[in-house]
Design a protein around this ligand. Structure first.
Ligand code: HMG
Ligand code: MG
Length: 301
């Protein structure tokens, strides 16, 4: 077994994290958080989502966020766009990378985006075409890759089919979401092996929520198979409004600590990352979900 020499982390806190906060976070706070994360060395910071504000009011200031962030050269700021309406609004607001999001489970697809898996693929097609015509990159998400809050266990083949569709339609990367954090190293590896039969491993990312504390273990298990892109959320913020009980993504601090310990390059400055986490937590009036952040912040005093 050989682990990768470097790993890319896609920071999803400003989107996946803040979409699930009960309180509306002011736009200026979101903008500062995104800028701090880019300064900490993250190469991709998912900034917001262009979804219906009736469904997810937390992302209702999407255009303002995109217009106000000071962009750092070399950093990508993808945004979610579930349909052409969202895509057009994203482009209008200055987005240069979008992400479509499907699911491996029918029930979750209905709850999350109000259509079947097959219908969602039909909706994504024009979004991906329009994006590619503008030379924009499109990321693809598959949710519920090993388990669904409504349907229970999800077969690896089902996830692989959706991942393949997204990749074949033109997504440059497919992020595999354990939306409710029910995966373990064995189920995650089986699922990745099924996907990697259709999508090159270098194009697959792991997006693991840490509901049961399994996410770090699952990242290690994924790296054993050669995966080297992971989504995470500063301070472990996050969850999905359409997956009851889903907690935050694995904390970026935990991932960076693991990778630093394994001498795997991330390009991320832990001090600046901790400060970004402290900044948003102070605003939310909350302690970090990350044990690493708790310990390192306590040491600093
Ligand atoms: P719908 O109701 O089926 O769509 O929603 P519709 O086309 O019938 O439109 C209904 C209304 O929504 C209309 O407005 C549209 O204009 C408006 P009305 O006439 O009633 O005033 N609308 C929009 N407004 C703004 N932006 C848009 C848009 N589209 C329609 N893009 C839709 C379909 C997908 C829009 C809706 O279901 C929705 O917004 N869902 C939110 C889904 C979401 O944000 N979920 C969380 C993100 S996914 C996630 O967290 C998982 C992930 O992290 C991976 C993992 O962890 O597994 C990615
Ligand atoms: Mg998520």
């Amino acid at each position: 077994m050989s682990l990768p020499r470097s790993v890319k982390i896609v920071e999803v806190g400003p989107r996946d994290g803040l979409q699930n906060e009960k309180q509306l976070v002011p736009t200026a706070v979101k903008v500062e958080l995104i800028e701090r994360l880019a300064e900490a060395g993250l190469q991709a910071v998912e900034a917001t989502s262009f979804v219906s504000p009736k469904w997810v009011p937390q992302m209702g200031d999407n255009a303002e966020v995109m217009q106000q962030i000071r962009r750092k050269a070399g950093v990508a700021y993808p945004v979610l766009a579930p349909n052409l309406k969202g895509f057009d609004a994203a482009v209008e607001a200055g987005a240069t990378e979008v992400a479509v999001f499907g699911a491996a489970s029918e029930a979750f697809s209905q709850k999350n985006i109000n259509c079947s898996v097959a219908e969602s693929i039909k909706r994504f097609e024009p979004v991906i075409c329009a994006a590619l015509a503008l030379d924009m990159k499109v990321r693809g998400y598959v949710s519920c890759v090993v388990g669904c809050p409504y349907e229970g266990a999800v077969a690896p083949q089902k996830t692989a089919e959706v991942a393949q569709r997204l990749f074949d339609m033109g997504c440059y990367e497919v992020s595999l979401g354990d939306t409710i954090g029910v995966g373990n190293p064995v189920s995650i590896q089986r699922m990745i092996e099924a996907c990697a039969r259709h999508v090159p491993m270098a194009k697959l990312a792991g997006h693991y929520h840490d509901t049961y504390g399994m996410a770090i273990t699952n990242i290690y298990a994924s790296m054993e198979l050669g995966m080297r892109i992971f989504d995470s959320s500063v301070a472990g913020l996050g969850g999905c409004p359409y997956a009851a009980g889903a907690s935050g993504n694995v904390a970026t601090e935990d991932v960076v600590y693991l990778l630093n310990g394994l001498n795997i390059e991330t390009g991320i400055d832990m001090e600046k990352l901790l400060a970004a986490g402290q900044f948003i937590l102070e605003h939310l009036g909350r302690e970090p979900a990350s044990k690493v952040a708790k310990v390192l912040l306590a040491k600093k005093g």
